[in-house]
Design a protein around this ligand. Sequence first.
Ligand code: URA
Length: 451
Amino acid sequence: MNALDLIAAKRDGLPLSGEAVSFLVRAFTRGDLPDYQMSAFLMAVCLRGMDEAETASLTRAMLESGVRLSWDAPGEAGLRVGDKHSTGGVGDKTSFLVGPLAAACGVAVPMIAGRGLGHTGGTVDKLEAVPGLCAELPLARLTAQVREIGLAISGQTPEIAPADGRIYALRDVTCTVESIPLIAASIMSKKLAEGLQALVMDVKCGRGAFMREEERARELARTIARIGAAHGVAVTALVTAMDQPLGVAAGNAVEIEEACALLRGERPEGCEDVRALSLELAGHLVFGAGAALSVQEARAMAARALQSGRAFEIFCRMAAAQGGDAALLRRPGLLPQARERLLLRAPRAGFVTRCDALGLGKACVRLGAGRSVLGERVDPAAGILLLAKEGDRVAAGEPLAELRASSPERLDAALSLAAEAYGVGEEMPVLGRLVRGVLSSLPGGGVSTRS
Ligand code: URA
């Protein structure tokens, strides 16, 4: 087989056989296919797409580039293992709630998470904002921690879908993220490697999501659910709106602060969407893993775990086990703080009609909270606090957002993007629903859809 012929075939819109897809992935993982040829292939996939069989082959090839965890050691019979994953958004800190909530309800969560991709934030970058916390755990430590505490959140280890690790990094810097087969295969290769029984997916749609249109997000959700069903994993995918950021913080330490406030049982203003979505995702995960008889019961169990502080204790134990200073999570203001701050003010009185997640995500990158080139270091303290969101009434000159960075130059670079992200008008905007649909895999391989 010749890599150039295969790249050309995909460029011309021809479907590739399973062997061909596997050949390319294996050659790339071995280092025999250079980055520029893999980039050309990825761009061809972005433009031409892949059918269901090709997507399944890509997922399998990436999964088989590494190991698959198993949770059937003596004494582990009956262990329920599940995970949550998001396709990527701005201000999305739900993983820090869903993981501990599920663990508190009896579902072990070996969460393999990613770094920021494009304008979206990454769970691993956010966790590393906790001083001392290691979010790149060796596999043996990750599995031991899951067995002991019920939860570990870590970046991809070299053993878990290494082909995805390298392809993901390349996609981030070659504008090849927004592709249904590439996203589905990337997510599912990692998730299948975790040896899960259940997966809850948050598939974002809207201005700040990789899938802008709801219909494309549903297609991604269906693709993921079908891959899960084919591998015996119960997948529930919630299609959720990502037009404006979730909650009130976007960045790294600021998002951990917000998640901890919610885990401590506080109800900060503007964070109700994060709390509600986290409980919904946790409910589907706990039910999918078989730890409750219905989603309603599972949601109620998760709500009790939040209220009682049990989920927060698990999060703190996890942070400490990973080397983090958990005392810094118990009170606000102790995580890294930015030296420079700037208020963005409303240009006129009215209603906030737009609080654009894409623009604010890009502004976060300029502030230093994300990266523009491969391997760049992110600033744990950089980010944005949203002081007004869609539907809020503001007076002229009232603060809309606070930008945080380590230098005035960074603030300047982000200011115009943040200002353009906000719209203030006379009419109260119509606010859409956060959860737009729920799709679940069926044991026979089909997918059921609600709303
Ligand atoms: N999350 C992933 O793991 N992969 C993608 O391609 C996009 C989001």
